[in-house]
Each structure stands twice: as C-alpha cells, then as structure tokens.
Design a protein around this ligand. Structure first.
Ligand SMILES: [Zn+2]
Ligand SMILES: [Zn+2]
Ligand SMILES: [Zn+2]
Length: 295
C-alpha cells in the first residue's frame, strides 16, 4: 500500500480501511478470498476507518474515525501527513484526535495499541458517547491505555469543530447494542464538501431520517457489509442492510455513494464480478483504502 501524499493544502478525507470489523482475511475463514489474502498481503484489507487530515503548509492535524485492530498500518499510511514525533525522530507523531462510532471490536480494538506497550501516546483526545466512555472506563484491563487518553464526551447533533473550517457532528443510528452504549455516524463538514461516515447500521427502515441525511451530503460512506441474503450459507445477515437494498434506496441521489465496512463474504469485492457491476451500474463505488478527496 502506498503512503498517502496529499497534493496541496486543504481538508482531506482519507479512506484508511474498508472491511467489516475483522478485516480481510477474516480470522479462521478458509474461503477462497480469505485464503488468498492470508498468503498474499497485497490482497489483505483493513477494517473500516476514515482519516481527516487538515493540511496547511508543513502543519497538519490528523483525526481518525475509529481505532481499528489495523490502526498501526493505518497510521503508517499517514506517515507523511503525521510527520515525526517531536522528540523521538524515529517515531511518528501521535494523531491529534480519534472519534469512536461504537463499542464493537473493529471500531475500538485498536485502542490498546496506543498504550504503554505500543505507541504510548500522551493526552490523546478520544471523543465518544458518554455511555461508551463509561463502558471503557469500567474495564480495569484497559486502565493503562485509558490513562494516556483524554476521553471527551460527544452529544448527538452537537458539532465538534476540529478547526475553524471543519466540524464533526455525531448522529445516533440504530445498531446492535449489547451495552446500551449507542452507535454513531458522523457528518463531517469541510469548507468545500460534506461527508457522512456511517460504517454500521442495522437497517435503513429503522432510521427514518436516512434519506434526508444522505441527500444533504456530497459524499456518503455507508455500511455495505453484505450484498444479499444468500451470502451466509442460508443464515440471514444480522445487523446490517443489504447492498441491494441500499442501492435501490439511494442510487437516485446525486450524493457520491461509497460502500464500506464490507464483509469478507461480500461478492462486490470481486472487481469486474456480476455484483460489482450491479453496484457500478447503480452509480455507487467501492471505497478503496488509500484514496482521498477534499472536503
Ligand atoms: Zn463494524
Ligand atoms: Zn472468508
Ligand atoms: Zn458494529
């Protein structure tokens, strides 16, 4: 994977991962796609993650949406925008903030990498819903890393300004919630474009405002875990809408629709395959790690 080099000043959204929580290969899976990715790292792919990079001359601010189990690779992709640690020149600078969508493994599983055994960050602001902060703080096992973070509560619909030209607004979405900690999407408003980042949602029907929110952003990166109902050997996919339904619902919008949080079983991963062509014909695209666009 090539390192990210941003061509000029601005506020950039950077796709840092596109897979469901477990990434590709999916642990323990012997399907052809996972077997291939296990033996050829060029075929592997990271858990869904988005970076927001504010670049002004040599100064940058780097925000991650979610801390995935692949965070070390994802920060590595951002080596150029991050630059060096102020005192340890053989290390990358820590990111400037992390926003967490929810408590599932693929979205918080990278937090321990920030702790004393690994990156050893200091005072890194991590934004999350208060119930998720309480849940994290209840885990004594994670105390060493939590002591290095500055946990900051989010409130739905209240924007956080990460600089004068860019806000991140949390929006509650319905999603499997074992601990009553909630799940968020984020609406990111830059000076030029707006973006919705929504990696996990149970069903569009459970979120009546979906269409009005998607129509009012320029770019939407949305949950595309499963293509169709026959993907899991007859078991109904749980806790995610199907790509077929997402395309039917939103393909008519002028919003740039990018599919992310893809399960390893999803046939849209096969470039040129039938399902991938259906997606393209509907005007949607598969999010690609390493791509970036100005917002
Ligand atoms: Zn997820
Ligand atoms: Zn697999
Ligand atoms: Zn989830």
């Amino acid at each position: 994977m090539n390192l990210i080099t941003l061509p000029h000043d601005g506020i950039w959204a950077v796709v840092l991962g596109t897979m469901q929580d477990a990434g590709l290969p999916h642990i323990g899976c012997t399907c052809a796609r996972c077997s291939q990715a296990l033996h050829d790292l060029n075929q592997a792919a990271y858990a869904a993650c988005l970076g927001i990079v504010i670049k002004r001359g040599s100064e940058t601010a780097v925000t991650l949406i979610d801390a995935t189990p692949d965070i070390k690779y994802q920060l590595g992709l951002l080596a150029n925008p991050l630059g060096s640690h102020p005192t340890r020149l053989d290390r990358l600078r820590q990111p400037d903030a992390i926003f967490l969508t929810h408590a599932h493994m693929g979205h918080i599983g990278g937090l321990p990498q920030l702790g004393p055994e690994a990156m050893a960050v200091e005072g890194l602001p991590v934004y999350a819903m208060p119930a998720l902060i309480d849940l994290l703080q209840a885990q004594t096992l994670w105390r060493p890393v939590l002591e290095r973070l500055e946990l900051r509560p989010l409130q739905p619909e209240i924007p956080i300004a990460i600089n004068a030209d860019c806000t991140i607004t949390p929006i509650r979405v319905p999603h499997r919630d074992e601990w009553n900690a909630g799940t968020l999407a984020f609406r990111i408003q830059g000076p030029q474009r707006s973006l919705l980042y929504l990696p996990d949602i149970d069903a569009w029907d459970l979120w009546p405002q979906a269409r009005s929110i998607l129509v009012n952003v320029d770019i939407a990166l949305v949950d595309a875990s499963f293509f169709s109902g026959n993907e899991l050997g007859g078991r109904a996919p749980v806790a995610h809408p199907l790509v077929t339904e997402t395309l039917t619902r939103f393909a008519d919008l002028s919003t740039r629709l990018m599919l992310t949080h893809i399960n390893h079983t999803n046939p849209i991963l096969d470039a040129g395959g039938h399902e991938n062509q259906i997606m393209q014909a509907a005007g949607a695209e598969l999010a690609q790690t390493g791509t970036f666009f100005q917002i």
